[in-house]
Design a protein around this ligand. Sequence first.
Ligand code: HSE
Length: 430
Amino acid sequence: MKIGMLGFGTVGQATVSTLLKNAEEIGRRFGGTVELVAVATRTPAKATGQVPAHCRVSNQIADVVNDPQIDVVVELMGGIDDAYKAVMTALENGKHVVTANKALLATHGNEIFNKARQRGCIVAFEGAVCVAIPVIKIMRESMSANRIESVMGIVNGTSNFILTKMREDGLAYDLAVKQAQELGFAEADPSFDVNGNDAAHKIAILTSLAFDVPVNLAAVQMDGIAKIHIEDIKYVETMGYRIKLLASARQSESGLFVSVQPTLVPLDHMLASVNGEMNGVHIKGDISGPTFHYGAGAGGTATSSAIVADLLDIGRMLHCDARHFVPLTGFAAPRNSAPVYIAPGASVAPRYLRFTVNDTVGVLATISSELARAGISVDIIHQDVPKHGHTNVLVITHDVALEALNQALHSLQKADSIEYEIVSLPVMSN
Ligand code: HSE
């Protein structure tokens, strides 16, 4: 099988290195050879010398996607627009595609998979979501007898590392980000990870596979971790919870709710033990019950494991009729009715609230009476020890619709005794 690669950054280099390092195992398992015959990169000088001697290196994407001898194009260039053009041209030319580009699939997945179907090509993308966790395979293959009830995951290693450092080492948010940058987890501009965009791309792809619906990035309700205070991290631990940036998709009778938001996860839930830069995904099927999957979610070498596995899958499939192996569920056969998404305000979950208050007579009554007036039931209420006339009042509600809660919080925010912005975070439901 002849492959061409687009991009030669960290993941591209790791992929070449994996192909060389484990060539014997790869060849034996596939029953053929995986031969890298062309690379297109903006920096050809960097690739020359690292690729096999016969492999052509150029700075022209067309040299790869239009090369008639290439069977599979491995897209590792990143970005959206150029990658989209390259992948569509490769598919038009009848080439199979392996990509780890979650932004591309979350944005243009529907067009790309339609084109793949039309052309009888495979698009494999295990490396795009939680790289070392084979979650795409699990969703497509292992869970295919199920109706999926929920997918919940810690799918962004950078933000998980930051939240872990804040909790374990007591670092303020900015210092934890700096440490993530120094260790190479966070980019110089960390916004894509900490604002939830990266996780939103991943949950948009997983939702499509889990619920047989088109990819719909716009349907993901997104919030990041930049406003998380260390005091909330500490408070919720004493209440039996841990704050995680949770990506979640859940089907209920009212519709699909897909979100990325900092969420209180019960300490005895496996997701609470996913720390540092690691990822974890919890999938609940109606037949399988809950399943949990854990592993590295970032890094060139771990990503290359998924990319090479995709290449081997394609190699094996090419010995059969490729058309029958085009995505087995999800993209291949969307359900007949259009999905109904739950509007953000209608989403229902218990919420954690923190009110920073003047320690004055009646402040607890102000909070509880406003919540009662709005029909919001309180599960836990706790006042911290006052210091210098100020304190925090912590509340965990029972299930509440977000819009009703926000109206009550809007009124409470105007009370003289309530200082600063009220903190409001969802609590994970099982
Ligand atoms: N930046 C991502 C993360 C890895 O921190 O998990 C690539 O998606």
